[in-house]
Design a protein around this ligand. Structure first.
Ligand SMILES: *[C@@H]1O[C@H](CO)[C@@H](O)[C@H](O)[C@H]1NC(C)=O
Ligand SMILES: *[C@@H]1O[C@H](CO)[C@@H](O)[C@H](O)[C@H]1NC(C)=O
Ligand SMILES: *[C@@H]1O[C@H](CO)[C@@H](O)[C@H](O)[C@H]1NC(C)=O
Ligand SMILES: *[C@@H]1O[C@H](CO)[C@@H](O)[C@H](O)[C@H]1NC(C)=O
Ligand SMILES: *[C@@H]1O[C@H](CO)[C@@H](O)[C@H](O)[C@H]1NC(C)=O
Ligand SMILES: *[C@@H]1O[C@H](CO)[C@@H](O)[C@H](O)[C@H]1NC(C)=O
Ligand SMILES: *[C@@H]1O[C@H](CO)[C@@H](O)[C@H](O)[C@H]1NC(C)=O
Ligand SMILES: *[C@@H]1O[C@H](CO)[C@@H](O)[C@H](O)[C@H]1NC(C)=O
Ligand SMILES: *[C@@H]1O[C@H](CO)[C@@H](O)[C@H](O)[C@H]1NC(C)=O
Length: 361
């Protein structure tokens, strides 16, 4: 089942109404988040609609006119296939909705309030999610739990005029993944609480609670998503390259991978100064590349993982130096092998020569 989702923009004229007068969204009860924009459209699809008919929006006996964050638009569209039909739309937009904007909103068709022909009503309800930020602790205790609350003001569990259920979702790669009871999560529906059991760095991310109102009633079923609750983890360098011994003119590559939420960025330092991009030097997010190495490229390199939301950074040091001639003479590991192979090849070729010599004879 697909419930009406607050963030979806309505395809206004796809609907075909049984009624001559209707309010969109076509919900009995319309939940809206405080501070967001309320958009209502009143549509009159009349068989005898004339210029004498007027459409107007009312809230608690107050005629809604352009003022104080409200915009009103009217359009008239004649039905192209039948001259008797006229579809008229009255849109209202109320920005920065407050709790006081909740209540029944009416659209009235008629010449004046005392002499109306028809009215349509929508029950606007305002709610507000309490935002929160959580930190993944550095040291995980034995029975550690991270408790995320979904506090929604304006929603009353004892109000019998609506029902609602709570769902928890983790936002990963832009998609919402619905969470269920598992070894990782415990979900308490009664107090709208999510417990993350023994939270690890990989559990950091955006969580949100989703209230599904009147799930069983198609005409007022609606899904309202909270803003994300950030579960944060400080920047950390997960892996990095070792120290490197290089030759002159070679290409140096140093790698660093990070974890953390929000995702940290990397800056590259050399002997304590930040490296800037040049033709030869390419300090990238996860990799530093230096082409055509020069002697003055020797030094202590560092990758520094940071994010402006944290005061803490993580660093990894990688020393880069040149192989020098003494290393070759004293028989560095690599050189022993080279010597050995050259010697073996030499012996082989000697043997071959011997063989040929025998055959020739
Ligand atoms: C308007 O009403 C007519 C007649 O009832 C109907 O055929 C038409 O689909 C309606 N149009 C819309 C947009 O609801
Ligand atoms: C009414 O609102 C809808 C959706 O926001 C919009 O597409 C349409 O253009 C509006 N009509 C007028 C007359 O502003
Ligand atoms: C809830 O429903 C009752 C009965 O239908 C009604 O009297 C009451 O006003 C409603 N409450 C709200 C807050 O709309
Ligand atoms: C998850 O498990 C807890 C305790 O084990 C239980 O109280 C709760 O109702 C369960 N939640 C769901 C959504 O099944
Ligand atoms: C939520 O309710 C469950 C049991 O119903 C309880 O174990 C848990 O401590 C409660 N959480 C909070 C934060 O109140
Ligand atoms: C709600 O809509 C679904 C299909 O969209 C339908 O199967 C179901 O019967 C409807 N329920 C009610 C109460 O109208
Ligand atoms: C990189 O650029 C910054 C600002 O442009 C400068 O302060 C810094 O000294 C430069 N670093 C190097 C290694 O040139
Ligand atoms: C960087 O430091 C290393 C040793 O710590 C030193 O050998 C090298 O000369 C330094 N490089 C520069 C450009 O200062
Ligand atoms: C970072 O440190 C400064 C001063 O020490 C402090 O005012 C600020 O709140 C800290 N920011 C964070 C995100 O911890």
């Amino acid at each position: 089942m697909n419930c009406f989702l607050v963030s979806i923009i309505l395809p206004y004229f796809i609907f075909s109404f049984g009624k001559e007068l209707a309010i969109l969204p076509s919900l009995k009860q319309y939940w809206i988040i405080k501070g967001s924009t309320l958009k209502l459209a009143c549509i009159h699809n009349g068989t005898q609609a004339s210029q004498e008919h007027s459409l107007s929006f009312w809230k608690s006996n107050t005629h809604i006119i352009v003022s104080n964050g409200v915009t009103v638009n009217t359009i008239a569209i004649s039905h192209p296939h039948d001259a008797r039909l006229t579809i008229r739309t009255l849109n209202i937009t109320k920005s920065d909705v407050q709790f006081s904007d909740g209540g029944p909103w009416k659209c009235i068709l008629g010449q004046n309030i005392g002499n109306f022909k028809e009215e349509a009503v929508i029950d606007v309800r305002v709610l507000e999610f309490q935002s929160a930020e959580y930190d993944i602790p550095d040291i995980l205790l034995e029975d550690n739990k991270l408790i995320v609350h979904c506090n929604a003001f304006g929603v009353n569990p004892t109000d019998t005029n609506y029902t609602f259920t709570t769902e928890w979702r983790k936002v990963s790669e832009g998609k919402d993944q619905v969470l269920g009871n598992s070894s990782k999560y415990t979900i308490f529906t009664a107090n709208r609480t999510l417990e993350i059991v023994k939270p690890l760095r990989e559990d950091a991310g955006d969580y949100r609670c989703v209230l599904i109102f009147n799930k069983e009633d198609n005409s007022s079923c609606q899904e309202v998503r909270s803003q994300p609750f950030n579960v944060k983890a400080v920047p950390k360098i997960e892996t990095h390259d070792k120290d490197k011994n290089m030759y002159l003119g070679e290409t140096l590559e140093l790698r660093c991978t990070t974890s953390g939420f929000p995702k940290p960025s990397i800056t590259w330092m050399k002997n304590g100064t930040a490296l800037n991009q040049t033709e030869r030097i390419h300090p990238k997010e996860d990799k530093l590349v230096i082409y055509n190495l020069r002697f003055d490229d020797e030094g202590d390199y560092q990758c520094v993982a940071s994010h402006p939301q944290f005061n803490s950074t993580d660093r990894a040091k990688m020393r880069v130096k040149f192989r020098d001639i003494k290393e070759v003479l004293s028989g560095g590991k690599g050189y022993i092998q080279v010597y050995l192979w050259t010697y073996i090849l030499f012996l082989l070729s000697m043997l071959q020569c011997g063989l040929y010599a025998e055959l020739m004879l």
